[in-house]
Ligand binder design. Structure first.
Ligand SMILES: *Cc1c(COP(=O)(O)O)cnc(C)c1O
Length: 387
């Protein structure tokens, strides 16, 4: 048998902290225990039927069967620019300021390879969606973490980043509306970030995967503020908005040189998203707003069932203004993993320990609104019994 060694760069990827919990969950499920699963960041509703129908007709057209165009179909990029302008009032050049992706995660994963040399610094939030940090690690970069604290509404305190870090940084990523905290940003925050990026010469990135899932706050984009299009890139996903996580399609907008650098990496490692999926994505972007609003209302009702129910049970959780997550302080003196394990074993409800999103997530759990309202109500009743 041949022996092999894994590349050392894999050692620097942070450990996956949900192993025990996943095992415990599977063991309970295999015994037939009825679990209320609030752990999954994946919409429970099917893809909108108009989009499925568009894929059906696109995939029987043989012209979609060849290698896709590298930057995405021109029509998709035009539709993305039109969609972006309709939301944010910013007119983008579809030829230079829009790049199609095989999902946002693909773009976020490749961006550090296109901007960072070994030893450069990437600034990432903590807690966060793991790809910002692991992709920067794979590129050999140093990581600086910005803690997200409740006092600032889970927005990072940019004034706390040391000057030498700002000077060494080539990339700073934020994610608003935010997973896992449910927090949102405003234009003032984005302006501050763009000002820092201009002063210190780094690229500012916003992961906008939840841009459409907003309840009580205005939609804002990094590219709306002065200088945003010069130093900024924003990632947009179809996954959460249109229930398309399995389809693998997304796009990036912003600084054309950054998108060119990202496209250079992509040209060397992938060949673009299936053209039929791109055509279906165009239909998604042109759906009437009411269709999206209905989906957002569904999450709003679920949010209120969960938050109101937990308050009644004496657990004072914060009501998120956006996303389908509730980020709640652990109501006991247990750490987040111990508490989540107890909620699983005693209440048969799956919640995600905050520490899995980074050290600053310790003391919190994340509950996803990706279960039916009745199931969420059932989960609340069960949690209430063990509090
Ligand atoms: C789900 C999620 C994504 C993934 O988006 P894809 O377009 O499916 O790759 C990106 N960022 C965050 C914060 C997410 O929660």
């Amino acid at each position: 048998m041949t022996t092999f060694t894994r590349a050392r760069r894999l050692d620097s990827i942070p450990p996956y902290l949900f192993v025990e919990l996943d095992g415990a969950k599977r063991a309970l499920a295999s015994r037939g225990v009825d679990l209320v699963d609030l752990g999954i960041g994946d919409p429970d509703c099917p893809t909108f039927p108009e989009i499925v129908e568009a894929l059906r007709s696109a995939c029987i057209d043989p012209s979609t069967h060849t290698y896709p165009s590298q930057r995405g179909e021109p029509e998709l990029r035009e539709e993305a620019a039109r969609w972006f302008a309709s939301r944010y009032g910013v007119e983008l050049d579809p030829g230079r300021e829009v790049l199609a992706l095989i999902g946002t995660k693909e773009g976020l994963g490749h961006l550090p390879l296109s901007l960072l040399d070994p030893g450069d610094t990437a600034i990432v939030p903590d807690p966060a969606y793991p790809v910002y940090q692991s992709a920067a690690h794979l590129a050999g970069a140093e990581i600086f973490h910005m803690p997200l604290e409740p006092e600032l509404g889970f927005r990072p305190d940019l004034d706390c980043i040391p000057r030498r870090v700002l000077d060494a940084a080539r990339l700073a990523t934020v994610n608003f509306p935010n997973n896992p905290t449910g927090a949102s940003a405003d234009l003032e925050f984005f302006q501050l970030l763009v000002n820092r990026a201009e002063e210190h010469g780094f690229v500012a990135v916003n992961d906008g995967a939840y841009s459409e899932i907003v309840f009580d706050v205005p939609r804002v984009s990094l590219l709306q503020v002065d200088g945003g299009r010069d130093v900024g890139v924003e990632f947009h996903s179809f996954s959460k908005t249109f229930n398309m996580t399995g389809w693998r399609i997304g796009f990036a907008v912003g600084n054309p040189e950054v998108l060119d650098a990202l496209a250079t990496v992509k040209n060397n490692v992938d060949s673009g998203a299936f053209t039929a999926v791109q055509r279906a994505a165009m239909v998604a972007l042109s759906l009437p707003q009411e269709r999206i609003d209905e989906q957002v209302e569904l999450y709003r009702r679920r949010r209120d069932v969960l938050v109101d129910g937990l308050w009644e049970a004496g657990w004072r959780v914060r009501r998120p203004h956006a996303t389908f997550y509730v980020w709640a302080r652990v109501p006991t003196d247990e750490d987040s993993r111990t508490f989540a394990a107890r909620v699983l074993n005693e209440a048969h409800v799956v919640v995600t320990p905050g520490v899995g999103f980074g050290p600053s997530g310790e003391g919190y759990v994340r509950m996803a609104l990706t279960a039916a309202e009745e199931r969420i109500a059932e989960g609340v009743a069960r949690i209430a019994r063990i509090l």
